[in-house]
Design a protein around this ligand. Sequence first.
Ligand code: ATP
Ligand code: MG
Ligand code: FE
Length: 354
Amino acid sequence: PLVLGIESSCDETSVGIVRGEHLLANEVASSVELHARFGGVVPEVASRAHLEAIGPTLRRAIETADIDLSELDAVSVTAGPGLMGSLVVGVAAAKALAACLNKPLYGLNHLVGHVAVDLLDHPDDEPARPIAKPCLALLVSGGHTQLLKVDDITGGITEVGTTIDDAAGEAYDKVARLLGLPYPGGPVIDRAAQQGDPKAIRFPRGLTAGHDMVKHRFDFSFSGLKTAVARWVETRRLSGDEVPLNDVAASFQEAVADVITAKAVAAAQFHGITHMIIGGGVAANSRLRGLLAARTASAGIELRRPRPALCTDNGAMIACLGAQVVKAGLAPSGLTIAANSGLPVETVVLPPAA
Ligand code: ATP
Ligand code: MG
Ligand code: FE
């Protein structure tokens, strides 16, 4: 099926077009620079940027894919989770498009899109590799840190673990800020860490010991780590010593990568799952990718890592999930859908309004 997908859940306005498992276009406009001086995404700023970007992005995607809109089988859009003021822009655009083309409209789950996108990551002349049933999805971004058991991409998803406070990317952004580094912090810390010693400072690994392992075995916590880094840096500054930025970056990054990869592998083993897929902006992190590759390999788990451009928020993932949903013959959500900022991960497709 030929499907156009719209994504606007956070700070990326994006439109993707796919034919089945083949990527035809993926246009992304990010408002990340507008948020830089605030050190994080400002919802009102993101919302206005989506309004300005949605029209041109849609036009560019249609041009790039070189398709006739009348050929579309469906329009799909991120219905949630995400920032309400951002989601509504994409949903309104998708409704307008579906209404004037008289095409079915699907409101989809953003998180599941991050998993589905792996189907698009193959050379043009090769068929897509199917997503194993079940597989474990590790989603790590500025807004999410989740382990999902995926039995069926179009409707069999269960949450295995999540963060009880900050998301992994949020921790990167906050630590960068307290080190005086620019936003977004992930890429900057990743680079600084290359020059540092990951063993220089032993920062805490959240929820990995004692009673926490009973209740939160596969959950994450990063706010204690952030506080530990802040305290360590503050102590240094008070005593008049220079702060070894690269060592702090490397040691912080090691703590994040260690705990995420250890829990992801343990969760897969606990549930008897032999395939893993990663997604989200933090999945671009060099240490996380490296350590996860090593640990999954020694555990006999097959790891799939979509290329970084498909790991961050994009419309192609929503178009791709849309095509799978159309293939599965699920009912369209219809033109009366509403964005849901807290959409549960179990809801892959918004049900038609009663
Ligand atoms: P959502 O949570 O809804 O997916 P988002 O916009 O926060 O939204 P992404 O765009 O996927 O998600 O990811 C952005 C996050 O990824 C930021 O927190 C950024 O610091 C982090 N990030 C990007 N590159 C790296 C990297 N190399 N290492 C660590 N973190 C990174
Ligand atoms: Mg983003
Ligand atoms: Fe995302």
